[in-house]
Structures are given as C-alpha cells and as structure tokens.
Design a protein around this ligand. Sequence first.
Ligand code: PAF
Length: 287
Amino acid sequence: MQVVHRIADLQDVLAGASLRAFVPTMGNLHEGHLDLMQRARKEVDVRVGAAGKTVASIFVNRLQFGPHEDFDTYPRTLENDCALLAAHGCDVVFAPSEKDLYPEPQWFKLHPPAELADILEGAFRPGFFVGVSTVVHKLFNIVQPQLAVFGKKDYQQLMVIRRMVQQMALPIEIIGAETRRAKDGLALSSRNGYLSEAERAEAVHLSLALKALAATVLEANGKANLDVAAAEEAAMQSLRSRGWQPDYLSLRMQHDLSPVTWPCQQPMVVLGAAKLGKTRLIDNLEF
Ligand code: PAF
C-alpha cells in the first residue's frame, strides 16, 4: 500500500488504473470504515481484478465543522489508520495536509438544496453539508474514481452525495454500505471514543429509541391515524428521561427525507441525533 500526501503524487500512483474505487474518510478508523474499504476492494476485484485500485482519503475537513465543534480535538491517528487500511485491501491512501487541499481559502463552495441540507443534521449543524459536498466534490475531482463507497450511518450525507453526483453529472457510482454495529447494537462511530464507560453502556439507547419509534409506526400500519409529531416527541422524551439531550428523532420518507404524511405505504426511515454528555451521536433505521 502506498501513502501519498500531494495531489500530483496521487495522480502518478493512480495513473493507468482502469477502475478507481474510493472511500473518503476523516481517519480515526473503526470497523465500519474497514467494511467500506473491503466493499471497495471486492468491487475492484470482481470487476477488473489487478487492473484496478482502491483509494482511501484521510482528511479532517475544517469546512464541515461548526465553530464550537470538535475540529481541533478530532483524533488524528494516521499511522494506525494506514496499518488498518493496509490489512483491509487498500492500495493507496491519500492523506493531504490542509495546505495541499486548501492552498487558499475555499471561496467556491457547493450549496446543496435547502430542502435536503437544511433539515435534520443541517438544521443543527448549519453549513455542514456545504462543507461535506465541497470537500467530496473536490476529492472526486482529484481521485477521479468510477465508484465511491459511503456508509449508511450518515444517511443524510449519503443522500446529499447521491444528489450531488446526479445533478453535477459526475460519472461516479455511489454505493451505500450498511451500518456496522457493536454487539449491543450501537452504531460504530469515531465519536464513540469520546464516551466514558458509563456513557458507552448507555449509548445503545439511541438505536433502541429509534427502534421503538419504528415499531410505533409499524403498529399504526393499516390504521387511518398516526400522530407522527406525538410519536417523535415520545421517542425524544424517552431519551430525555435517561439523561440525553436529543436534537431530533424523526420519521421521514426514504427516497427524499421529506416528512411522512399518514397513511404511508412507501419505505420510511427514522433518523436521530442526540447528545450524551458532551458526545453527539447519530443513527437511523430503514423500514
Ligand atoms: O463521513 C465522513 O467521514 C466525512 O463527512 C467525509 C465524507 C469524509 C467528508 O469529509
């Protein structure tokens, strides 16, 4: 596996690869990321074998962090990340410095539409999806992948990226990979590392609250009425009573994340974000 930091070096290393399968990350990798890399590896092996290359980027993107968020303290663990990637089918790691990726302030930015980017995560993290779309678009231009793998844990991010690729006519296939969970059901996340032992034991309750909300919705199937707002509020209250500070637990349509109007026969998803102590966790469940 090769590790490169400069854009020009990346172009050299990737020259001639007939298929480039890309996994963008911010590092501090866990098994969820490694699943994404293994998926990229499998796609390359099945489609073109040795003629293709898998690429992971490691870059903590300042543009997607709010002023009071954890940009400065976000764990930078390059050496360990590279060892993990090498063991999970990665051919090339692209780990640019801020100067390489943003040699001057990034004046041009991609603004996803408000109805997709200013709801849910975007409502609580203003500018987050502008930062994500801008860096992912830039990384796509640099890596020039034919396919890219993103995790479904960041459900709204995956949808924003899919729409960006579609609207900007980027010739990239986007693959959404299932969320990897710990034994107790907690979705793996780099931010789980911030949790104390007691918080870690409690953390699964975000996914349990989402499951309970989905169960309430499924029970209402076939019935004329479901008070969606009341069901969402009850789910948030169940977390509050355990000491969480929920930002949202919300029932949405899978295809565009718009609110559900009842009765609903189409695929739905519940998404949630909540703070446990100082750590903000997100999760979702499709049904
Ligand atoms: O999901 C992430 O780790 C980041 O948002 C991404 C896609 C690497 C962009 O910085």
